[in-house]
Structure formats: structure tokens, C-alpha cells
Design a protein around this ligand. Structure first.
Ligand code: UDP
Length: 420
């Protein structure tokens, strides 16, 4: 085993537990529960392990397949814990299984004689579990919410959220020893909404795999995907849910197509997104874009670089994105992004340089910005090239190093606290 690197604030911890209770980092992406958080947990666990930290990621078992323990990178393991029925359960119904999950994680630790120096939990359900484990183990607890119920409610008037989640988040933001936020904006929200002391929040952006997401010739990417070389296309990628704002984009395409012929390709959404896809298809038909909007279903993460490169523009019309991995992946592939000016998108997309940020959640400005790029190839190429340049700083290994430094400082603080 390699020795963890020393960082300012103390040496890296030897062994940590990451909690990803409701969804596995190894699950296929693009489903209802599988998106940016899965990518984050996988990449950060890998990156920390590459620095010499032994990482166990715990998740709830959702089927009978697969070993209890699977090493997915040297030093990083996925541990499946039986807690409730071994089947997929909607995350809204998982609260009763947190207790059994905590028992299962602790039993694994005891059986193998392990000691975790810190816990790093993902999404509020895992933070609830991590809070119980932290008390039991006397270990410091860091957490990342990915989205917060209160923030979601503010972003889109018709969203609803269960009171259990809102209550738990309002309590846990104060119980966590460290909150990792993706942007400075999220740190401000934590202060404004919950009165969280800013000093307890570490702002660490998410990253992009710069080996996977590389620029490549558009014509070749189109040929590999069997796309018409002459048709212009706008691409949207991600979980399909109302918060992603695809209705706005479809209406924008409806307005645009009489002026510039263009297809809208939508990647993502498993069978559980069927009713939302049907709603969106009805909107497409209503605005006369029934045949230009194509729902392609989820695609493997490794195949997406070709899709980003094949598209002329990638659109991210979300009501809220805590970070927005799709935008950074697209920019890393050299495709300009037209995105809502919300959450993390406002800090990754540079308006007028790597794409455009649209301040209003309505179709007209999306249509206008997309048209500008489709009509001006030199501008489109210049913005794409600037995106590639900007994304160089966003490699996952740098993200993992910053998470490692945050955990090291936390463990050090905890030791001092115990000693005094
Ligand atoms: N993704 C994928 N295949 C799909 C749909 C999505 O690999 O069919 C990936 C996408 O590349 C990105 C993540 O899922 O890495 C979505 O992350 P994002 O931050 O954009 O959205 P979130 O899921 O966090 O809301």
C-alpha cells in the first residue's frame, strides 16, 4: 500500500468511509437517480485512492447480483449493504432503511476490524446515516448535499418536497463538521437560508475526465454516430425531470426551426422517465417540433464525448444545477454551451466566451443564443476552443486532491479537539 501524501493541514487520512446510500457509483448513468452525484463519488473515490487513501464506498444493495465488496480502483472499494428489500426502491421511500444501513455498515467495519478516520456522505439520506455513524465511531463527518430541498423549492415554484427531507437538511447542516459545496454561490445560500457559518463550508468544484472528454472532429463524430452530416443539432443530456427545464428548450426549438433547421437530441431518462418524456413529446408536438425533437434514451458515459462533439450546441436549460457536469463535459469537448444562469452553471460557463448564460427561464433568449451560434460558424468554433482551454483546470485529480486536503484538515482538527 502506498503512503498517503502529506498536505498542508496534516497528512491525508489512511482510511475513509464514503456513503452513497440511495444510489451506487457504479450504476448506469442517465436514470432517474443516476447522474452527477454518481460520477462525483466514483471519481473522487478513485482520485483519493490514487493519493494513497483507502476508500470504502458504502451503498444500499438493490439486487441480489454482485459481490459484497468490489474493488473498482486500487485502494477504492464498493461495499453493498443489505438494508431493506434487495430491490430498487424510490428514494422518497428509503428513510426507514437508514437504520438497518447504519447497522450494516458498522457490522462490516467490526467484522473486518477497520477504523475510518473520517466519513464523507452524499445527498441528505446519506448525511442522516453518516450523522449516526459519526456519533458511534467518534469520527469527523463531512457531507455534500448535491441538491438541497429548500434550494430546489426556491428554483421552481411547482416543485414539492417532503417535510422529512426539509427538516433533516435544516438540522444536519448544523451537525456536519464540514459541508462541501460546489460553488461559492452555494456557500452563500447555506449562509442565507440556514445561517451556516461560512468557515465550515469548503467550496470545491466538481471536475471532468479530461482523457475521456476531448475535442474531436465534428464530421467524424457524426459519422461514428450515424448522424446526418448536413443536419445541425442541439444536444441536451441528463436525467429527465421537470427541474431540468427541457420544456423551455423544446419551445425554443419550436420558435427556431422556421428560421434555422435544427434537430434537438435528448440523451438520458430511463423507463421511469416515461411520463415526463410523454409530457415533453406533447409540448414538442404542440410547438410543431414533433419530428425534430428526438429522445434517444440514456447513453453510456464513455460514448458521450462523440455526442458532445457531434452537436453544434449543447443546451442546459435547468431551473437549478448545483454544479452541472454536462456543461463542463461539453466544453471540454469543444462545444459551446447555452445554459441558464443558475447555480454552478454561472461559474463554469463564461458568458460570451465559452457559450452563453441566459438569465431568464423562457424560450426566446435560448432560441436567440442558439441561433446566433448556428448562423456564425467562426464564432461557434472560437467559443468551443475557449471552452477547451478553460476546462484544463477542472481535472478530477485536482478535485480529489482538494477533497483530500479538506478531510486531512478535518481529521487534524478533530484530533486536536480530542486532545484538548
Ligand atoms: N450521463 C450519462 N449518460 C446519460 C445521461 C447522463 O453518462 O445518458 C452523465 C453525464 O455525462 C453527467 C451526469 O450523468 O456526467 C449528469 O450530471 P449533471 O451534473 O449534469 O446532472 P445531475 O445528474 O447532477 O442533475
Amino acid at each position: 500500500m502506498s503512503v498517503p501524501e502529506a498536505v498542508p493541514g496534516g497528512p491525508l487520512p489512511q482510511r475513509i468511509a464514503m456513503l452513497s446510500f440511495h444510489t451506487s457509483p457504479l450504476a448506469p448513468l442517465g436514470g432517474r437517480e443516476t447522474g452527477g452525484m454518481n460520477v462525483y463519488v466514483l471519481e473522487v473515490a478513485r482520485g483519493l485512492a490514487a493519493l494513497g487513501v483507502t476508500v470504502d464506498v458504502f451503498t444500499r444493495r438493490t439486487d441480489e447480483a454482485g459481490a459484497e465488496v468490489e474493488e473498482f480502483a486500487p485502494g477504492a472499494r464498493l461495499v453493498q449493504v443489505t438494508a431493506g428489500p434487495e430491490e430498487r426502491i424510490e428514494k422518497e421511500d428509503l428513510l426507514p432503511y437508514i437504520g438497518p444501513f447504519v447497522e450494516g455498515v458498522d457490522a462490516f467495519r467490526a467484522r473486518h476490524g477497520l477504523e475510518y478516520e473520517a466519513i464523507y456522505s452524499h445527498y441528505w439520506l446519506s448525511v442522516v446515516a453518516g450523522d449516526l455513524l459519526a456519533a458511534r465511531w467518534g469520527a469527523p463527518h463531512a457531507g455534500m448535499f448535491h441538491t438541497l430541498g429548500d434550494v430546489k423549492l426556491r428554483a421552481r415554484a411547482s416543485e414539492s418536497e417532503r417535510p422529512e427531507r426539509l427538516e433533516a437538511e435544516r438540522r444536519l447542516v448544523h451537525r456536519l463538521d464540514r459541508i462541501v459545496a460546489a460553488t461559492e454561490h452555494e456557500r452563500q445560500l447555506l449562509r442565507q437560508i440556514f445561517r451556516v457559518d461560512g468557515g465550515k463550508v469548503a467550496v470545491i468544484p466538481l471536475g471532468v475526465d479530461l482523457r475521456m472528454f476531448t475535442p474531436r472532429p465534428q464530421a467524424k463524430a457524426r459519422a461514428r454516430l450515424g448522424l446526418d452530416p448536413e443536419r445541425r443539432s442541439v444536444l441536451a443530456v441528463g436525467r429527465i425531470e421537470p427541474l431540468k427545464g427541457l420544456d423551455i428548450l423544446i419551445r425554443a426549438i419550436g420558435q427556431l426551426q422556421s428560421r434555422v433547421p435544427v434537430d434537438l437530441l435528448v440523451i438520458g431518462g430511463d423507463e421511469r422517465a416515461a411520463s415526463e418524456v410523454a409530457r415533453l413529446q406533447a409540448i414538442a408536438a404542440e410547438v410543431g417540433a414533433g419530428s425534430t425533437v428526438r429522445f434517444l434514451g440514456p447513453k453510456p458515459h464513455e460514448s458521450l464525448a462523440d455526442w458532445y462533439a457531434a452537436a453544434d450546441v449543447v443546451a442546459v436549460p435547468s431551473f437549478y444545477e448545483s454544479f452541472g457536469l454536462v456543461a463542463v463535459e461539453a466544453m471540454a469537448c469543444g462545444t459551446p454551451v447555452v445554459a441558464s444562469r443558475v447555480g454552478g452553471l454561472a461559474s463554469t460557463v463564461v458568458d460570451g466566451r465559452t457559450g452563453y448564460l441566459v438569465p431568464w427561464r423562457c424560450p426566446e433568449p435560448f432560441a436567440e443564443r442558439i441561433e446566433l451560434l448556428l448562423r456564425n460558424e467562426p464564432l461557434r468554433l472560437a467559443l468551443g476552443a475557449a471552452g477547451v482551454e478553460r476546462m484544463r483546470a477542472y481535472d478530477w485529480s485536482a478535485v480529489a486532491a482538494r477533497v483530500g486536503a479538506t478531510l486531512a484538515a478535518l481529521v487534524e482538527e478533530h484530533r486536536r479537539g480530542l486532545a484538548s
